[in-house]
Design a protein around this ligand. Structure first.
Ligand code: PLP
Length: 308
């Protein structure tokens, strides 16, 4: 049973469910020093029939393996094993709804930068986590600030990998935005085109057409892919293209997507109100359908639910 915060009864570590306090690593854990670890963030929701389901768990586990492949990290567990382990973590902690964090990292052993001998360790933890950017954000929208930190170039770091080290860029941008009184940062790519938030993909809507940056300097978000599919099924045109920040200033609507943030409206960028400053009709519709999907109320998307 959950004991509050991020504490849970059990964490899955290297193939076994262990007590929360026993899920420990050594200070010479290689990944702790150099940031080479890959992770995922999934959410489990309680559906209307009372069962709990992890949203698009196979896609998240596949992305974990993709991230590892990009970074040449062997993961000694199959998709099936990690899916089962994720479901076990939810069940054993008796969570009905929670956030789930799988992570693969290099353990202790050698300390050289290019060490290849360290064992890959894998952990899966879960904890209750409400609205990431706050409940009010989901209802009223967030205020964004264009970051002075550029989203790293895809020839420097590898954005399709959800790698721990990549998040230093996000953390710096997030600190800066929040210190200046904004809810979240908007990062531009190194050419100055809109990339994404520190932990969310971004969408802009103008005259009924939805626009989102292509898969270049961004994380290929699973919520992003889901929302593109939902919009397509609703008959709303979606284009994946580069655009500068002022396209967002003059958008009718904007929203961000992510496992943690779900679908969050954006009401302001750089102190310019977007549209009416209220979540627009397309944003509202996407939010509503997405919530229905997550809770098993849309038969059409039931295959996106991985029941635990
Ligand atoms: C940098 C970044 N972009 C986008 C996303 C959204 O991805 P997803 O919808 O798969 O959670 C995340 C969250 O994982 C992220 O950290």
């Amino acid at each position: 049973m959950a004991t509050g915060g991020i504490r849970s009864d059990k964490i899955w570590l290297d193939g076994e469910l262990v007590a929360y306090d026993k899920a420990q690593v050594h200070v010479l854990t290689h990944s702790l020093h150099y940031g080479l670890a890959v992770f995922e963030g999934m959410r489990c929701y309680q559906c209307d029939d009372g069962r709990s389901a992890i949203f698009r768990a196979p896609e998240h586990i596949r992305r974990l393996h993709d991230s590892a492949h990009i970074l040449e990290m062997p993961i000694p567990y199959s998709d099936e094993e990690l899916l089962k382990a994720s479901a076990d973590v939810v069940r054993t902690n008796r969570f009905t709804e929670c956030y789930i964090r799988p992570i693969a990292f290099y353990g202790e052993g050698e300390m050289g930068l290019a060490a290849r001998g360290n064992k890959t360790r894998v952990a899966i933890a879960a904890w209750p986590w409400g609205a990431y950017l706050g409940k009010e954000s989901v209802e009223k929208g967030v205020r964004l600030k264009t970051s002075s930190f550029a989203r790293f170039h895809h020839n420097s770091m590898l954005p399709a990998a959800k790698a721990s080290g990549n998040y230093i860029n996000s953390i710096l941008a997030g600190y800066e935005a929040r210190r200046s009184g904004y809810d979240e940062a908007l990062l531009l790519d190194t050419m100055g085109f809109v990339a994404e938030g520190s932990g969310e993909n971004i969408f802009s809507v103008r005259e009924g057409v939805v626009m989102t940056p292509p898969l270049a300097s961004i994380l290929p978000g699973i919520t992003r892919a889901s929302v593109i599919r939902i919009l397509g099924d609703l008959g709303v045109p979606v284009v994946e293209q580069l655009f500068p920040r002022d396209a967002l200033y003059i958008a009718d609507e904007a929203f961000m997507t992510g496992t943690a943030a779900e679908v969050t409206p954006v009401r302001e960028l750089d102190d310019r109100m977007i549209g009416t400053g209220q979540p627009g009709p397309i944003t509202r519709k996407v939010q509503e359908v997405f919530q229905r999907v997550l809770h098993g109320r849309e038969d059409q998307y039931r295959s996106w639910l991985y029941y635990v």
